[in-house]
Write a protein that binds this ligand. Structure first.
Ligand SMILES: [Zn+2]
Ligand SMILES: [Zn+2]
Ligand SMILES: [Zn+2]
Length: 127
């Protein structure tokens, strides 16, 4: 059996236990966990900052959430931009002062809208 010294834990480990060049599988797993934790914190901080900077968006989003829950607003499953089916459609606000006026669109169209690649009118206009 061929052994290799893990770069991290310095234990001689069978080569089969290496998926990466110099870090054994155990250490790789540990690393990934740590990385996930770090990134989750970062993401969380980022969202917190975002909420602080965009109170009108947070307000509009929460309005949508309440309205779709109590049935005053129906969440569509067909993207109003590209016409594709998507289960948890995004609600895009054209005007955050009108929190209940949304365009239901799939994440990919939503991204494109915010990147300025397509207009948020309807899918005919974008063909
Ligand atoms: Zn190791
Ligand atoms: Zn779409
Ligand atoms: Zn949007």
């Amino acid at each position: 059996m061929e052994l290799r010294r893990c770069f991290r834990c310095l234990v001689m480990t069978p080569v089969e236990e290496f998926r990466l060049e110099c870090v054994c599988r155990k250490c790789e797993k540990k690393n990934r966990k740590l990385w996930n934790k770090k990134n989750r914190m970062k993401l969380y901080e980022y969202h917190k900052l975002w909420r602080k900077r965009n109170p009108e968006k947070v307000f509009a989003k929460s309005k949508i959430l309440v309205a779709t829950k109590n049935g005053t607003l129906i969440r569509k499953t067909i993207c109003e931009i590209c016409g594709r089916y998507y289960k948890s459609m995004h609600g895009h606000h054209r005007d955050y002062n009108k929190p209940l006026e949304v365009i239901w669109c799939c994440p990919s169209c939503h991204n494109k809208i915010h990147n300025g690649e397509i207009y948020d009118t309807n899918y005919q206009a974008n063909i």
